[in-house]
Design a protein around this ligand. Structure first.
Ligand SMILES: *Cc1c(COP(=O)(O)O)cnc(C)c1O
Length: 425
């Protein structure tokens, strides 16, 4: 459910015509709906309202300051995976007591920053990280609250690039081995083991992998309590999928009810790290058609957005629905249907946004919306081919705001200089 709808054949985000934003801000442009963001947060949170819980938005999905602020104003925290994300979260005004820090490769300087901010929890992913964290905490005269991220070895039944909870993945610590590490952690003066964490993958469309993971974590918590290690937090990660095409992921209410039932007797504060499910369908990428180019079997629709703006199709063969922003035919003869690849200007064959799509005919100047682009869209964008990154816009009712300016050419070379010694005399 989202707030991108047609009125009189014109795609609107809430009350604002998408074409108006494209005309004023230019293309490509990411457009997010505030109403949809808030609605998704509330729906996700609803099942947990009766228990101690914290919803830590996994901000790598969409890390714009305004988006972070919207969730934080609703009582949410964030799940960060780098020092840069900590910086953004603090800048957006997220309470440090609602920040959890995940990731396999935390650097000493990043750990120091998170300790200084006094975040809620470090999700530790290896023995070496645990030792490093202990040392850094002692140096600051602090005790770091930690959870070990365990690898429950369940198959999330999703794309291999976004599976993280299998033994063969780089993430987390084997359950048996974690017991030994918890015992060590309990002896460390700079460490306070308070939680258990896992995150098994992304875009999950079944409940069973979550429930299998939770049941392994429950067993672990029971054993830890038997060792007199008082676990107060259970972080079950994120990963709930969204419908991009014909997937039917469990609705958040069903997911929440099942998780709650599984943890009801544990007496822990539940931490959830949803990313995609909060923002995915709340954002679209709007692009303008530049050219059409016929081919033998299908044609190419060449647009001004590319894989540097939205890499999911190239990286995961991900599907994004392509909607025409103006559906009317402007009085012209009835439009044909075409089979087309929607491609960008980048010099790579892998640069496509949609492949072999059966779609309404479009002409140069038409606007297209790549739907469900709010998660892992802008946040994975780059400057490849020296393309300035797109603008980001937030729609709020009948108004819209540029929440990140389109980059300029000067932004592209910021920080670069040609050393004098390199110059020929
Ligand atoms: C990416 C990630 C998430 C969020 O995953 P979604 O599929 O977007 O919900 C949560 N926790 C961790 C540790 C992650 O790396």
């Amino acid at each position: 459910m989202h707030h991108f709808n047609y009125k009189n054949n014109e795609l609107h985000c809430e009350q604002v015509p998408v074409s108006r934003i494209a005309d004023e801000v230019g293309t490509p442009v990411y457009i997010y709906s505030r109403e949809t963001l808030e609605r998704h947060f509330r729906i996700f949170q609803e099942p947990f309202l009766g228990v101690e819980h914290l919803i830590c938005f996994s901000m790598k999905a969409c890390s714009n300051l305004t988006v972070l602020r919207i969730f934080s104003d609703l009582g949410g925290g964030v799940d960060i995976v780098s020092g840069g994300e900590l910086f953004r979260a603090l800048k957006a005004g997220v309470e440090p007591s609602r920040i959890v820090y995940s990731g396999v490769g935390k650097k000493a300087a990043e750990i120091d920053e998170a300790l200084a901010a006094d975040i809620l929890l470090f999700n530790v992913e290896s023995e070496e990280e645990l030792f490093l964290l202990n040392g850094r905490a002692l140096a600051q005269g602090k005790r770091a609250r930690i959870a070990l991220r365990v690898n429950p070895d369940v198959d999330p039944l999703t794309h291999p690039y976004i599976s993280t909870g299998l033994k063969k993945n780089k993430f987390g610590i084997d359950v048996e081995r974690s017991l030994h590490l918890y015992r060590e952690a309990a002896q460390m003066d700079g460490i306070e083991p308070v939680g258990v964490d896992c995150h098994i993958g992304s875009q999950l469309t079944e409940l069973s992998p979550f429930l299998d993971a939770v049941s392994r974590l429950k067993e672990l918590i029971r054993r830890l309590r038997g060792m007199d290690i008082q676990i107060r937090y259970l972080d079950i990660g994120g990963g709930l999928g969204i419908p991009y095409e014909d997937e039917q992921p469990p609705p958040p209410a069903e997911y929440g009810a099942a998780v709650l039932e599984a943890v009801s007797d544990l007496h822990v504060t539940l931490i959830l790290e949803p990313g995609r499910v909060l923002v995915g369908n709340a954002g679209v990428l709007v692009t303008r058609v530049l050219f059409r180019k016929p081919g033998p079997n299908k044609e190419f629709v060449i647009v001004d957005a590319a894989m540097n703006d939205l890499i999911r199709p190239s990286l995961y063969k991900a599907h994004h629905a392509v909607w025409r922003v103006s559906r009317g035919n402007g009085g012209a003869a009835l439009k044909r249907r075409i089979i087309a690849d929607v491609v960008g200007p980048i010099c790579e064959t892998g640069d496509y946004l949609a492949q072999a799509r059966n779609m309404d005919e479009v002409v140069p100047g038409d606007l297209l919306a790549l739907m469900s682009a709010g998660a892992y869209g802008f946040s994975m964008s780059s400057n490849y081919n020296s393309r300035p990154r797109a603008a980001e816009v937030l729609v709020d009712g009948d108004r819209f705001y540029v929440i990140r300016k389109r980059e300029t050419y000067e932004d592209l070379v910021r920080g670069e200089e040609i050393p004098a010694a390199v110059l020929r005399p």
